[in-house]
Design a protein around this ligand. Structure first.
Ligand SMILES: [Zn+2]
Length: 405
């Protein structure tokens, strides 16, 4: 890890806000392509082609237009995003890490408004070439991580806390599409990685640093924190993501940690102490299973259900039954989800400036507190609204679209 501070990683498949551009697309690509074409014509002209200069001049105008477009993209960023981006731009252009605590807002203003076209194109070109470099240098890590993930899943099956259904990873993981995406799609939103369900692609964040070696180390460090989590979403999350995205997140992280650090039976983030990611959801899962008025539900029952192949599986049915018995109520997960959504709306109103990840944690803690102080808030009052789940900022479409059983 470099001297620069590492941002807190919040791997999530609930990208909020939506990434600005098409996944896999690079900011400034059009400007870079045009600049390359113009330079090619320029070189031809200098080599004696009298027509080439005309093309170069025409393309110069197009470069100006493309660059103006990229600058408008920057205008749409929040002040925080601009500040972060300025560190990145500074690093790429100067080959130095910006150590100042509050970034370099003047630098981003300079890039947006004052930089000569050539300098802006240089920045965009550096960005593009650094991504190409990452894709190449990152491959050995990615292939190794795939193998390790498969090994870990099989170990979990042997140890009895991952479902036998999960042997499918042997076939599916080697075929999974993985891409390294740029700063604009990950760091900029505080996102560590993304599983793009629609395109079935896992996106890993590019590494930062002022040399290829440092960038590779940073990429491996970042990817190492999100790789297994995103693969858990891909391999196990499909069956529940629409209905219980919080459960998918909490268990994607718990299963990742258990595969890495052991103790699959310990859900509580404070006791585990090995990750801050979705700690609210994991604390809620701990409470839901270990602190019910009825019989305790072993964490293994949750991980077996999560890693089984569908919500019709015996493991899933066992989990639902045990949760119902423990709380004396049917549809425990649906009711908890509704209460959680209610709190999420409220947290968004109470703390509009709070970060997205912190809002999730706070809503989870409030739901846990309800279970502790008055479970009827979750299990009785919610029933009236069962057919009309509340929506919440950022994931409304995802949750609202979920069919309730
Ligand atoms: Zn996630």
């Amino acid at each position: 890890m470099g001297k620069h501070s590492q941002p807190e990683l919040a791997p999530t498949q609930l990208p909020y806000p939506e990434p600005l551009n098409i996944p896999g697309e690079t900011v400034g690509r059009e400007a870079v392509d045009l600049a390359n074409l113009r330079d090619w014509h320029q070189a031809q002209a200098e080599a004696g082609d009298r027509y080439a200069r005309r093309f170069a001049e025409a393309e110069n105008e197009e470069v100006e237009i493309a660059v103006a477009k990229e600058r408008r993209q920057l205008d749409g960023l929040t002040l925080d995003q601009k500040t972060n981006l300025s560190r990145y731009a500074y690093m790429l252009l100067s080959e130095q890490v910006d150590e100042t605590a509050d970034g370099n807002p003047q630098f981003i203003d300079y890039l947006r408004r004052d930089a000569p076209t050539e300098q802006f194109v240089t920045f965009l070109r550096r960005h593009t070439s650094v991504l190409a470099e990452q894709l190449e240098n990152g491959q050995p890590f990615i292939e190794q991580a795939r193998k390790q993930y498969i090994t870990n899943v099989f170990q979990g099956i042997t140890d009895g806390w991952i479902s036998r259904d999960a042997t499918t990873v042997y076939d599916t993981v080697p075929r999974a599409k993985i891409e390294i995406v740029d700063y604009w799609q990950t760091h900029n939103y505080g996102i560590g990685g993304v599983y793009h369900r629609h395109g079935d692609v896992i996106y890993l964040p590019q590494g930062l640093g002022d040399s290829p070696g440092k960038r590779l180390i940073d990429f491996e460090w970042r990817a190492d924190h999100v790789f297994d989590h995103e693969f858990n979403h891909r391999e196990f999350g499909d069956k529940i993501f629409d209905d219980y995205p919080w459960l998918d997140e909490g268990l994607a992280e718990h299963v990742r940690l258990a595969m890495r650090n052991g103790e699959p039976g310990q859900l509580h983030p404070a006791i585990r102490g090995d990750s801050e990611v979705y700690r609210g959801y994991r604390a809620l899962l701990h409470y839901l299973t270990q602190c019910a008025p009825g019989t305790e539900v072993p964490a293994r029952v949750l991980t077996l259900a999560y890693t089984s192949n569908s919500v019709e599986s015996p493991e899933w049915q066992t989990m639902e039954q045990q949760l119902s018995d423990a709380w004396g109520s049917k549809y425990v997960l649906d009711k908890v989800t509704m209460r959680l959504n209610h709190h999420r709306d409220q947290v968004a109103r109470d703390y509009p400036d709070m970060g997205w990840a912190e809002q999730q944690d706070e809503a989870a803690i409030r739901t846990k507190d309800d279970l502790a102080s008055d479970p009827s808030l979750v299990f009785i009052e919610q029933q009236a609204h069962k057919q009309k789940p509340q929506t919440y900022v950022g994931s409304a479409a995802l949750v609202g679209a979920g069919k309730k059983r």
